[in-house]
Design a binder for this molecule. Structure first.
Ligand code: ARG
Length: 469
């Protein structure tokens, strides 16, 4: 008897229909339809393998492949009626196929279960998304490199405890963010590598009695290998958790970065200006230009941290193997990907248009005795032990605080009352430019080092783009 296309494929052992609310409550098609291209890609590979193993005929395979491609085109075109009674993307696609091509469609699910199917689909999807995300990180890194190059000599105060510490270059500061993003990108590459293992063939949980060739299916789908253990293959969601953990770390970085951009673009700092196209005004205060984009990215870090906690909690008590709980992995994962991609995109665009207020930054670096360490280092070079030098400079700073003058604004005679070792040449080290130029070793803030670091970073990014890394 030919079933209608919306009949549940598993209805055989049931006597009563599903409660209407339960049907909607348990369905995932509203959100997992997003996976349809990967679902169809997995099914085409599965059918191809089945035919090669003699489990399907070549004619059945051809009908299935053509039929799945037609279903895909219909979904692409928005000409597909998703059905809640058919629960999820997998059964929707399969039912449409069977409605179109008849009995051959009913053979597609041979040697397979939705359990290994969904685990495969999500991996295929996330693999592509990771590639896109890594590309977006690179785009942001390139924007930071351009900015660092433009501002390699721009001096601003470096802070510890948000108190002026030592002068640094703006280029150097941008390269700090570049390094964090480099680790984020590498973490995602690791995640992708570990994830790129194929669940198909695990079937419901124990494997299948058909003579399948999992190596062949894995090759067709670009997986490195079939998963070793069928129970693990259908129930593992660590790949999703690992990805979300990587995303959470990345968002933590963007959130810190946002905090600086927000502070720096305030009237009190005035170090940078964000382009008007990345800010909004206030409906009541005409003078306002609000840094909404960095604020929103900072805010979005919260939901992504939440998704990480949600996924960990989702998994923590599940016995082997598949449980319906796992259906709850998708929405947090989708939301993480969407918000991460959005945050990276807006950041790459925004950082390409930041303008620096060099004078404001230099003025700020002059305040707060940012060259005090340079004076101590100068005294050490004159033979004074560092701890004594520290004490001497502390006293000089004390005078400066009382007088409201920076160290460079004290006279030689005033400085000499604290140490006879101080000579006329001290003023070279008390200048901001002298201070940053002196930190001239790999990883230091000197403009020459910033330029060399930019060069190395560009080579690293270029090598990866051409596939060498
Ligand atoms: N929609 C399900 C999920 O996302 C697909 C797998 C369903 N498997 C099952 N045995 N009910 O996890």
């Amino acid at each position: 008897m030919q079933e209608t296309s919306s009949a549940k494929p598993w209805a055989g052992r049931f006597n009563a229909p599903t409660d209407a609310f339960v049907e909607a409550f348990t369905a995932s098609v509203d959100f997992d339809q997003r996976l349809y291209r990967y679902d169809i890609q997995g099914s085409i590979a599965h059918a191809t393998m089945l035919a090669r193993q003699g489990i399907l005929t070549a004619a059945e395979r051809d009908a299935i492949v053509k039929g799945l491609e037609a279903v895909r085109s219909r979904i692409d075109a928005g000409d597909f009626a998703w059905s809640i009674p058919l629960e999820d993307v997998h059964m929707n696609v399969e039912s449409a196929l069977t409605a179109d091509i008849g009995d051959a469609g009913k053979k597609l699910h041979t040697g397979r279960s939705r359990n290994d199917q969904v685990a495969t689909d999500v991996r295929l999807w996330l693999r592509d998304e990771i590639d896109t995300i890594r590309g977006e990180i690179q785009r942001l890194q390139r924007a930071l490199l351009d900015l660092a190059e433009r501002e390699a000599e721009t001096i601003l105060p470096g802070f510890t405890h948000l108190q002026v510490a030592q002068p640094i270059t703006f280029g150097h500061h941008m390269l700090a963010w570049l390094e964090m993003l480099e680790r984020d990108r590498a973490r995602l590459a690791d995640c992708r590598r570990r994830m790129n293992v194929m669940p198909l063939g695990a079937a419901a949980l124990a494997g299948t009695t058909y003579p399948i060739d999992r190596h062949y299916t894995a090759e067709l789908l670009g997986f490195d290998r079939p998963a070793e253990n069928s129970l693990d293959a259908v129930s593992d969601r660590d790949f999703a958790i690992e990805f979300t953990a990587d995303a959470a770390i990345l968002m933590m970085h963007l959130s810190r970065f946002s905090e600086e951009l927000i502070l720096w673009s305030s009237a009190q700092f005035g170090f940078i200006e964000l382009s008007d196209s990345f800010c909004t005004g206030s409906s009541i205060m005409p003078q306002k230009k609000n840094p909404d984009v960095p604020e929103l990215v900072r805010g979005k870090s919260g939901r992504i941290f939440g998704h990480l906690m949600g996924l960990l909690t989702l998994m923590k008590s599940q016995p082997l193997a598949y449980n319906k709980d796992n259906q709850e992995d998708k929405e947090p994962l989708f939301d993480t990907v969407d918000n991460l991609k959005g945050s990276l995109k807006v950041y790459a665009d925004m950082m390409g248009k930041v303008t620096c207020n060099r004078e404001r930054m230099r003025e700020a670096a002059k305040q707060g005795f940012s060259t005090a360490t340079d004076l101590a280092d100068y005294l050490v070079r004159k033979g004074i032990p560092f701890r004594d030098a520290h004490e001497i400079v502390g006293k000089a700073v004390g005078l400066g605080v009382r007088e409201g003058r920076d160290l460079a604004e004290l006279s030689l005679a005033e400085l000499q009352q604290f140490s006879g070792a101080i000579g006329e040449d001290v003023f070279e080290v008390l200048t901001l430019d002298g201070s940053v130029a002196a930190r001239d070793h790999i990883g230091g803030t000197a403009p020459a080092q910033v330029r060399a670091a930019i060069q190395r970073a560009r080579e690293r990014l270029g090598a990866e783009a051409s596939g060498d890394a």
